[in-house]
Design a protein around this ligand. Sequence first.
Ligand code: NDP
Length: 487
Amino acid sequence: MYDVDHFINGSFEASLSGERISRENPATGASLRAVARGNAADVARAADAAQRAFAVWGRTPAAERSRILLAIAAGIDARLDELARLECEDTGKPLALARALDIPRAAANFRYFATAILHDASESFVTERPVHAINYVLRKPLGVVGCISPWNLPLYLFTWKIAPALASGNCVIAKPSELTPTTATVLCEIARAAGLPPGVLNVVHGLGAEAGQAIVDCPQVRAISFTGGTVTGRRIAARCGERLIPASLELGGKNAAIVCEDADLSVALPEIVRSSFLNQGEICLCSSRILVHRSRMKEFTERFVDAVRAMKVGDPLAAETDLGALVSKAHREKVIAAIERGVADGGVVACGGGVPRGLAPRVAQGAFLEPTVLLGVPAESSCVQEETFGPVVTVHGFDRHRDAVAMANGTRYGLAASVWTRDLSRAHRIAAKLDAGTVWVNCWMLRDLRVPFGGVKDSGIGREGGHEALRFFSDVSNVCIATGEVL
Ligand code: NDP
């Protein structure tokens, strides 16, 4: 077990209170870390450091900011094995997944925004009357911003916020989930070694209601970028509204996969298995409701259930593991409760539904759960309506495409959806009617960092990715220069 400290003004420090939160490995139950329990006093120290650092970083040329951020990306690549192991220990996810997805994407986030700022252009407008003038749009960094991220893809989502914030010239106070704080700490070491000046990036660990809330309340903080649950997001939005500071909110999802009558199951089936259970289903973009055209229902369900039964649950360090542990036993209880509600409402467990047997002794006490497929759960069941954020999907039949669209849109969420068909004009017709920030056609989680990313309805406000993120992290002024001549 070792300590995880705050990173304030370029130094690792314990909380002023001296308090710590202990965290165990969710796959083994072993004690893992003693995490600094931050509060408003720690956030105030970070804010002072960030405000001072901004006087220089906010005026540092884009090329220099880019050079440092590229060095951070290279530093992440160089520590890939270590970061992947730490991410696996904190979350319970398979080590191979952390190596292939989480850590490379964290480096890609820095690389993308480091280069995007070198190719940015600003708009200009020519006014003709009553006086000729040229208007141009000037973007300036906001100052100190807050970035708050969840536990499911810790370094991946942490860097997805921090990279555009720093690239735009802001100084950051960030808080990872207290369940998964370790890779954020290594990132601070990497940033320091890459030459990021003290105070530009500050990380305050701790509980959401303490450290997280203190960041949202902090007077120097000029914007909040938050990814997490809808309940927390709503609370943060209310506080940001009071303070009149912008909030970008990436929240929960209850995503539908729509399998049309002409879907190519040789492509769709393995991808829908992946979209349902990757990262133990703990990805906001995971499919959780699979809507299948009635003509393919029997074939799809049989083949899908066979494929899910064949998945390996167990030791995250084993190369053959498909699903590791959930993030905690408390989270596993919530997921099991959702399955029980689905069954109580009339659903049938086609496979999974329980704690796997025969786990290796090293992981016998871990928070594992079998990948679970439920059939026949009514659409109004809370199991179908509410985000589960675990390895559970429900399968439903539909007759007409308009019914599939109505079912897909029939929850309060609107993050993502996928459509599986060989007919691309049909795919377009369906996609255009879906309440979803992202619609994938014949693919899933194919992410281009340039595209706008976010949700509609209760899945959030605002967009991340590409120019959207750079815009969120900047103030905009219009400069109007009268040239005096009427042309
Ligand atoms: P939470 O909303 O519980 O927490 C997210 C982060 O906010 C954590 O760092 C948490 O700290 C912090 N936090 C909690 N309360 C407050 C508060 N009052 N003020 C400020 N910060 C606070 O979500 P989870 O960590 O449980 O993450 C799972 C959720 O994230 C799911 O709903 C999932 O859908 C969503 N998500 C959305 C994504 C998207 O892009 N739309 C992507 C990934 C996940 P602490 O953990 O210490 O409590």
